[in-house]
Ligand binder design. Structure first.
Ligand code: CAA
Length: 259
């Protein structure tokens, strides 16, 4: 397995790829090198047929405190454009397999945006979600304004981005930002267990379900429904559709082949 400097990579359960952000001294500030490693690790899991679902986490104290302020403090727009600063984060959107963020402690700025870019979020009771970029004289640059508005609605997104309103884990659950909240002792295990359940399902159906749900955020209803229907039809070309329906009719558990 590849060795990394800024992250830790494991397979804690069958079919589950786990990436831990591992720069606790800087509260997992999302430097260019760390993000490069993170995207490489996620892409490697995405390409690995033994992996069905990924979990992205930090430490119990901090998920991530955002983009590295030291790295960008003196930047010019030209440098940011030349480096395509933050653009590589978009790779997350191209992953075919689901990614669950397991968030404990601070998820601020780019940390909150990174969690929002994942497909689901399991939070610990200590999680804090916020977009404090306004305190630095800037705005979120990795999707915060767009994903928050789509997730928690305009009113709350405005307050978070314009006035550094932070959400506790309980609030984040109430506003639909996270799937569930668990004690700090068990949030990661819960995220891994959820990932293991998804990884044990028919892989192609999982990928297309992810694609279809994401499409709901991109298209008008008519186009989205047509898109979904075509993916539904396409799944009838898979062995797993035949197996899943045969198993139901024969009153037995299905055995997925991923074909
Ligand atoms: N970038 C660089 N370093 C950071 C950092 C960041 N985003 N967040 C924390 N650190 C570093 C601090 O500089 C400090 O390092 P030193 O010990 O070398 O001084 C160390 O981590 C610990 O931080 P604090 O001493 O501040 O610890 P704290 O417990 O008092 O506070 C915190 C923790 C609330 C997370 C606070 O550090 C903080 O507010 N961090 C910045 C959060 C932020 O503004 N994020 C947005 C960044 S911009 C962005 O993300 C743009 C985008 O959309 C992509």
């Amino acid at each position: 397995m590849t060795t990394y400097e800024h992250i830790l990579v494991e397979t804690p359960a069958a079919g589950v790829g786990l990436v831990r952000l591992n720069e606790p001294r800087t509260f997992n500030a999302l430097t260019g090198p760390l993000m490069h490693e993170l995207m490489s690790a996620l892409e490697a899991f995405d390409a690995d047929e033994a992996i069905g679902c990924m979990v992205l986490t930090g430490t119990p104290k901090v998920f991530a405190a955002g983009a590295d302020i030291k790295e960008m403090a003196q930047a010019t727009p030209v440098e940011l454009m030349q480096k395509a600063f933050i653009a590589r984060w978009e790779k997350l959107r191209t992953l075919r397999k689901p990614v669950i963020a397991a968030v404990s402690g601070y998820a601020l700025g780019g940390g909150c945006e990174l969690a929002l870019a994942c497909d689901m979020i399991v939070a610990s009771e200590t999680a804090v979600f916020g977009q404090p970029e306004i305190n630095l004289g800037v705005i979120p640059g990795a999707g915060g304004t767009q994903r928050l508005a789509r997730t928690v609605g305009k009113a709350l997104a405005m307050e978070m981005c314009l006035n550094d309103r932070r959400l506790t884990a309980a609030e984040a659950e109430r506003f639909g930002l996270v799937n569930r909240v668990a004690p700090v002792e068990s949030y990661l295990d819960e995220a891994i267990a959820l990932a293991a359940q998804i990884a044990a399902r028919a892989p192609l159906a999982v990928r297309l379900a992810k694609e279809a749900v994401n499409m709901a955020l991109e298209t008008p209803l008519n186009a989205g429904l047509a898109y979904e229907r075509n993916l539904f039809y396409a799944l009838f070309a898979t062995k797993d559709q035949k197996e899943g329906m045969a198993a139901f009719l024969e009153k037995r558990q299905p055995h997925w082949s991923g074909e």
